[in-house]
Ligand binder design. Sequence first.
Ligand SMILES: Nc1ncnc2c1ncn2[C@@H]1O[C@H](COP(=O)(O)OP(=O)(O)O)[C@@H](O)[C@H]1O
Ligand SMILES: [Mg+2]
Length: 393
Amino acid sequence: MTKEERLAELEKVFSPTAPIKEQSLFSGRFNQLKKTAEAINQVGQHAIVYGERGVGKTSLANTMTYTLTNIYPVKVTCNRKDTFATLWSKIFRKISQSITTSGVGFRPIEKHIEISLDSIIDFESKNVQSEIEAILEEYAPKKFLFIFDEFDNILDSETRESFADLIKSFSDNVTNTTIVLVGIADTIDTLIGSHQSLERCLRQIKMPRMSDPESEHIIEHGLNCLDISISKEVKSKIVEFSSGFPHYIHLLCKYGAEEIIMNDHTDFTEAYLRIAINKGIENTNEQLISAYRKAVVGSSATIKWQNVLFACAEAPLDEFNCFSLSDIIDQYNQITSMDRKAGTIAYNLKQICQEERGSILQKLDKGIIVRYRFSNPMMRAFIKLKINSDYQL
Ligand SMILES: Nc1ncnc2c1ncn2[C@@H]1O[C@H](COP(=O)(O)OP(=O)(O)O)[C@@H](O)[C@H]1O
Ligand SMILES: [Mg+2]
């Protein structure tokens, strides 16, 4: 491949800010795809995909639309202003039917016109749900898959209630349509409220952070397309820094590979990883950079604040991605080679949970056990990169 060809391919294979749109670039997630396929194949069953920001929910939703055959997929993205009516009209706008008119006059000419279905439903009507059901039934045996991405943007409780009602009703009355809701959430209650009667018909699909083999597959596949080799050690460092967020895998690989290609090289060495980390930090999400700056900059003891954050990022996580004060202090003592007690960093931790210092951490009090977690889960990976970089923010 020429340099230009490699650079063009690089744009395709590593996309830190865009969801995956091509099946060949989608790694792993077999379990989640299998569960969605099962929900679709079972009449009366719908699904909800939930998880942290940046774990790959939209990419999974895109992949569903082209890996499943015999189904007509429509995906819409919810925004804060959407209501039940606007969301359904967006869906039906994307479905069109072809109508043949016989024409009028002397020597009439037959005409085929495409009309989108949103024009035949009154979305403001009180009976909109039954209108929707009736139209979909008319199309049986054709099957539909309707995906509502970023459902967490719907804050209005009336709209959420209407969706819960509609899913229950679809489950009993509409046999050719599957609804998939996708959104950022720890539990499904935060997305649709607690509707016990929905549990029967709503398959819960949790998107976890990526496993190491899934992360490795993204690196191997992408670099392979660019004729770049990588040692096991450098590969596992990229996996470790990324903390299960595919965004960081793409980010590091993109900047490392770009430099390698520009230098007409073919090996992703440790030296290129250093460059990738610095460039990755420089180009990461502005929100993360500014929260980090707020936490460490502008105080006389910048190093101490920084070490507390480093200790939080290195602390081992429990199954809820939280860590304890004793984990933090252990890490802090390791980083600083000191033997401090928890009390000495209590003030810093308290401040880091507050707005003036970027609200980087959240404190979760459950009885006597106090645990912390990063407000933005991607912050942990960002700080891990920062620890390994001399880039000045
Ligand atoms: N299965 C996957 N294989 C390869 N890259 C992925 C995969 N899932 C997500 N990504 C990448 O990770 C980043 C975040 O993915 P996205 O689907 O936008 O996450 P979410 O919708 O959960 O915020 C994007 O850069 C995307 O290309
Ligand atoms: Mg998304």
